[in-house]
Every structure is written in C-alpha cells, then in structure tokens.
Design a protein around this ligand. Structure first.
Ligand SMILES: NC(=O)c1ccc[n+]([C@@H]2O[C@H](COP(=O)([O-])OP(=O)(O)OC[C@H]3O[C@@H](n4cnc5c(N)ncnc54)[C@H](OP(=O)(O)O)[C@@H]3O)[C@@H](O)[C@H]2O)c1
Length: 303
C-alpha cells in the first residue's frame, strides 16, 4: 500500500492554521505535521490548541520561520508545505526562508499564506497587506517550486469586524463606496480550510490557484442578506465613488498613525473596484463541500 503524503502546516496555532489541521485530519488522506514555535506549548493560549492537534492525530514539530536551520530537519520527507502564518513584516522574510528550506529538502508543493482576493491582479500600493503576498508569491515563482494558491475572497467571519468596513454594526450603519452592484467574494474560514485539505493533493492544481467562494454577492445584496438574516435594519449611507475611495485612502495613508486607520478601506477598495475579483471560481471541483452562504453564516452567528 502506498504511504500517505506528508503535509506540514506552518502557523498551526493560528486562527486559520488550526482549522486546516482539523480539515486535513478529517479527510484522512495525509500524514499531518503541525509546526509550532519552540516554547509554544508553554504559552497558555497555545497549549490547549497543541493538545487538541495531538489528540486529533497531528505530529507536533518545533521550528521558527526566522531560523531556517530549525526548519531543515522538520521539512525532511515533507511532500506539501501549507503556510498559514499571518502576513506581516516578519513573516515575509520568514516565508521566504520556508520556501528556501522547502526547495532544499525536495518538497513537492508549496501553498503560501494567501487565503484572499486575487492579489495577482491588483497593483503594488493598492493594499499594504496584499503587497506582502505579492512579494512572497514572486519569490515562490522564482524558486521554481510547484505551488498552489488558495483564493477565497474575504473571510465571511470578518463580517461584523472592522475588516468589513461597510457594515458598521456598532452604529447601525451600512456605509458603502462605489455603485453597490460590483460582485464580491466571501467564504468562511471553516470552508476555506476544507478546500485547502482538497488542494494539497489535487494533481490538477499544480502551479495554479484554487479559487472558491461560499457566496458571490454585491454590497446591496450583502445589506439585504444581513437585514433578512438578523431582522435588523441598518441606516444606509453612500460614501462616494470608487475613485473617491482611492483618494480617501491615499489621503489617510499620508497622515495615519497606524495602518489600521486605512487597511480595512484598502480591502474594500480591491473588492468594490473589482480588481481582486475571483474570475475562475471552482467550488464544483469538490461537490461534497457545501460552503455556507452569507445568509446561512449570519443565521448561525450572533451579530
Ligand atoms: N481573506 C481574508 O479576509 C482574511 C482575513 C484574515 C486573515 N487572512 C489570512 O489568513 C492567513 C492566516 O491568518 P490568521 O489570522 O489565521 O493568522 P494568525 O492567527 O495571526 O496566526 C499566525 C500563525 O503564524 C505563526 N507564526 C508567526 N510567526 C512565526 C514564526 N516566526 N515562526 C513560526 N510560526 C510563526 C503563529 O505562531 P504563534 O501562535 O506562536 O504566534 C501562528 O500560528 C493569513 O495569510 C492572513 O492574511 C485572510
């Protein structure tokens, strides 16, 4: 009997990483290694997650993205690396280290930490966080490693957080830019993790992206879904055109004390401009996955 491919998940204690571990183990087609930072188990917030991953059958391995020598032994014999680290100034060089080590150890496929809109189509400068993904992807291309990108639009779980800027639930306001008709892609984190578990060993996904979406809907449809699912009415404000949103971001960026003052609007920009829209949604590759729609998600969430 052929042995199962070995998948290494980096960022396994993260919000998405631990869901990817569960989805891989539920599918049962791979051996799953969960990379955690040295000493992670002694941190209260990670101890329980590590125990959960062990109980589910994951092999816990310790290494640090910033110390490539620690990743060398744990990448030995690995077929697929799935990165689910957060995107920040540290993890850009960290993921480049991981790509170097994966290449050195003969890893067959690398999945970078994307889980986003199609950042390949947007321009540098459109979104600070997506710029970091573009930089890592460019490095991955140059490495010659086989890759698969996972593109799922915005996480539905962000509805009700500042990252879905149009829904200002604290103030009961739906404030949108653009015409409200442009289509936007949303997927839950649970469903994204299930698609990752399929993508790791799908031979047709070599050097391409798996694009998926739980639901594709416009801002006006998002408002209707919210009001229908929650029974709450929001006050609607039209803030301006897409070009005015871009100008707002540039002005804010020049004076902001922190990127959080404009990053949510940068995500909104890449979505309402249509620049980051997924053009090739392939949910149908895996018909057994029935991703949640926005209404279904909101009906089971207390917002
Ligand atoms: N499309 C969307 O709407 C959307 C929304 C949110 C996130 N995302 C994306 O989803 C991905 C995962 O994000 P997340 O929120 O799940 O991340 P997260 O919760 O911040 O988790 C980050 C993980 O990376 C690990 N890590 C960080 N630095 C490391 C290092 N030097 N060495 C080893 N491990 C390190 C952390 O370990 P520790 O536990 O030890 O810190 C943690 O396990 C990211 O690409 C993010 O941008 C997309």
């Amino acid at each position: 009997m052929a042995s199962k491919p070995v998948v290494l998940v980096v960022g396994s204690t993260g919000m998405l990483g631990i869901k990817i571990i569960s989805a891989l183990l539920d599918k049962g087609a791979t051996v799953v290694k969960a990379m955690v930072r040295p000493g992670s188990d002694s941190k209260k917030e990670n101890h329980q997650k590590i125990e959960q991953m062990k109980a589910q059958g994951a092999i816990i391995v310790e290494a640090d993205l910033m110390k490539p020598e620690t990743m060398l032994p744990i990448c030995e014999g690995v077929d697929v690396v799935v990165s689910a680290v957060g995107n920040n100034q540290e993890t850009v060089p960290g993921q480049k280290n991981l790509i170097d080590v994966a290449k050195q150890q003969g890893v067959k496929r690398f999945i970078p930490s994307d889980y986003s809109v199609d950042y390949r189509k947007i321009d540098y400068g459109d979104n600070d966080n997506l710029d970091m993904r573009k930089e890592v992807f460019s490095y991955l291309l140059q490495s010659g490693l086989e890759y698969t990108l996972i593109l799922n639009g915005a996480f539905m779980d962000n509805i009700g957080t500042p990252y879905t800027a149009q829904l200002d639930l604290d103030n009961g306001v739906f404030a949108y830019w653009g015409d409200g008709e442009t289509l936007l892609d949303f997927t839950t984190t649970d469903d994204t993790a299930k698609y990752v578990a399929e993508a790791v060993s799908d031979p047709d996904l070599a050097n391409t992206a798996l694009e998926v979406a739980g639901e594709v809907l416009s801002n006006k449809q998002l408002l209707a879904a919210y009001e229908e699912a929650t029974g709450k009415k929001l006050q609607v404000k039209h803030l301006g055109s897409v070009a005015e949103l871009k100008a707002w971001i540039e002005q804010k960026r020049a004076s902001a004390n922190s990127p959080i003052e404009y990053i949510p609007q940068q995500y909104e920009y890449v979505m309402v401009s249509g620049k980051g829209k997924l053009d090739n949604i392939q949910n149908s590759r895996y018909p057994h996955i029935k991703p949640l729609t926005v209404r279904q998600y909101l009906q089971q969430t207390d917002l």
